[in-house]
Design a protein around this ligand. Sequence first.
Ligand code: NAD
Ligand code: AHE
Ligand code: ZN
Length: 369
Amino acid sequence: MKTRAAVAFAAQKPLEIVEIDLDGPKAGEVLIEVKATGICHTDYYTLSGADPEGLFPCVLGHEGAGIVVDVGLGVTTLKKGDHVIPLYTPECRQCKSCLSRKTNLCTAIRATQGKGVMPDGTSRFKCDGEPVLHYMGTSTFSNFIVAPEIAVAKIREDAPFDKVCYIRCGVTTGIGAVIWTAKAEAGCRAIVFGLGGIGLNVIQGLRLIGAEQIIGVDLNPGKKAMAEKFGMTHFVNPAEVGADLVPYLVDLTGGGADYTFDCTGNVNVMRQALEACHRGWGESIIIGVAPSGAEISTRPFQLVTGRVWKGTAFGGARGRTDVPRIVDWYMNGRINIDDLITHKLPLERINEGFDLMHEGKSIRAVVEF
Ligand code: NAD
Ligand code: AHE
Ligand code: ZN
């Protein structure tokens, strides 16, 4: 079949909207009509050429929602007409990682996913007879995609695609980092570095669990109003504080934060986030994705004196189990997604969505097919 897609033919080049070929689902796979997809900073990161797993040509996109239109042989948990969210972190419930109950990082298909192919080692997309690669196992910048059954969460049918697509990455990553990775407790003091599509959801998660103090740090003062709406209690612009940012934050939190979150992908910020933690117990959670070759550093003394460095992928959420629950939270009014979707675009204007994020003008731009 044919599908309309925004194809990344090379790094640092605008996406091109073209009709490409898509093979149907093989055994254990489903065909999905993508109805809406968000644009996450990680799509931009891979397009920039900084991602060691960034392979081209490919179809980017990992924040989609849609409907199952066909199923391959042996698929038992999904059927035509199901409303779904494709997952870049699958949940096979059988691999060592899934069975460990210690991580959400299912390893069943990670190796092929990182090479831009389906579990059988081939791509379902072609353009002019040449393979086009998948991305993160999802490629939601295509109107139709094929995905493995274990990488698809079934969701309720009354949930609007143009909102719940964002649960696939930003919403769950931010809220999950607070509740599943940090396991932050009511009354804690926290600092969130970077108030974009992820950081604002960290703030929303901190408000949910009853944090006492929620400090937001961003170079863009334009992010302050939205962050306050989501629960931020103090805003700090590092450009105004200068080199004394860490002591300033330690002072503001009365000795250091219980939890800090990096949502920038900048390794210097990651160090500041660790060092702004409280001596003896403060935990810093790395969410931001840093470019190939970047490294984090600090004095080991920071860890010897009890600070903890942790990372999180997809907020520690188990896709097939937790995504439908988070859709319920949205539908029941427990979390706010609507205000974070600042722009809606047709596929033809997807490159404008990247520009808006880059210029700091959007939180989430959502493409509707
Ligand atoms: P975004 O572009 O919407 O937001 C980034 C924010 O950081 C912006 O508001 C920007 O002004 C701010 N910022 C940049 N440099 C800063 C600095 N030095 N100090 C303070 N603030 C600064 O991006 P996003 O979609 O929110 O993604 C944030 C990061 O999280 C990216 O690195 C992305 O790749 C990563 N991410 C990780 C996961 C995961 O599972 N770990 C999931 C999604 C996104
Ligand atoms: N290929 C990248 C991986 C970047 C990365 O860490 N991705 C996160 C999700 S970001 C979503 O916006 C993730 O889930 N990581 C776990 C995994 O298995 O990739 C790189 O930098 O190498
Ligand atoms: Zn993402």
